[in-house]
Design a protein around this ligand. Sequence first.
Ligand code: PRP
Ligand code: URA
Length: 212
Amino acid sequence: MTNIIDNFQLIDHPLLKRDMTILRNKNTEPESFRAAVKRIATILAVETSKEISMTNIEIETPLEKTIGFELNQDVVLVPVLRAGLGMVSGFLGVIPEAKVGHIGLQRDETTLLPTEYYYKTPKNLEKSKVILLDPMLATGGSAAEALNYLKKRGALDIVFVCLVASPIGVQKVLTMHPNVKIIAAAYDRELNEKGYILPGLGDAGDRTFGTL
Ligand code: PRP
Ligand code: URA
């Protein structure tokens, strides 16, 4: 049986620390916020793609034949609307052949429960590596629900990538989805009474799109 902690990977990188500081700073404007999210997503994409399945192909250099490599499975990025959208371009920069699906989820501010308002993903999810993108893993309700939807549509090989994870969110997702791996750039202390991550970075969707 898998130890659930084995499925949580916190990425340690000096540039992630620099960019997380930019995101956490309440004075950072949306333009700089989006740019930092994109840089963080690029580093996380490199880490996430280490487990993509590859196959050998024969090619010719200008000098001779040799063996090269290409992706052996489709990669599907699935940002959770809205805030997950900010992570897409960093991932596409590293995996340009990826397809992109979307899940629209919004937390009810009182119950903190997510409700779905949009769903569209490519066909053949069962054969793809599916990378679910959402910057915030707070109560874990949104991620757990998004993973339910992806599994109902056939996804089998799923990684969830976030910027900031909370202890309770990690516990919830890995308990409900023990076969899903979580990759995060930061692991924060706790949630406040409104379900916001502390120290966190505030409302990721509002800070990305300037809707505060
Ligand atoms: C935020 C965030 C996650 C969710 C995390 O979205 O992007 O989807 O909250 O919280 P949870 O782990 O407690 O479910 P929000 O509902 O604020 O929507 P938005 O992206 O449209 O702002
Ligand atoms: N959603 C956010 O955008 N931020 C949090 O801290 C928690 C949930």
